[in-house]
Design a protein around this ligand. Sequence first.
Ligand SMILES: [Zn+2]
Length: 93
Amino acid sequence: MIPCPFHFLTGLSCPFCGTQRMAWALLHGNVSEAFHYNPFVFCLLPVVLLVAGFYLFCKPLRPRMKWIYDDKTFVCYLLAALSWSIMRNIWGI
Ligand SMILES: [Zn+2]
């Protein structure tokens, strides 16, 4: 596993710490263990896969799904990741 540079430098967990272990657990079919490692990315993963699938395979739907890629949505993703990062460091998740 590759160590997280943010965690290495600050001792704090970034929003994506535990993602490698989560992916490893998912690949081995351990869903609850995967959720334990990083609930934020675990919950976001289906959304990311759905959006990527629509983008890659449903070209006619791209104009309707433009809101997913706009700046306001990106700010929401960023705020969610920042909130998760703060919560996990306060509560030690
Ligand atoms: Zn990290």
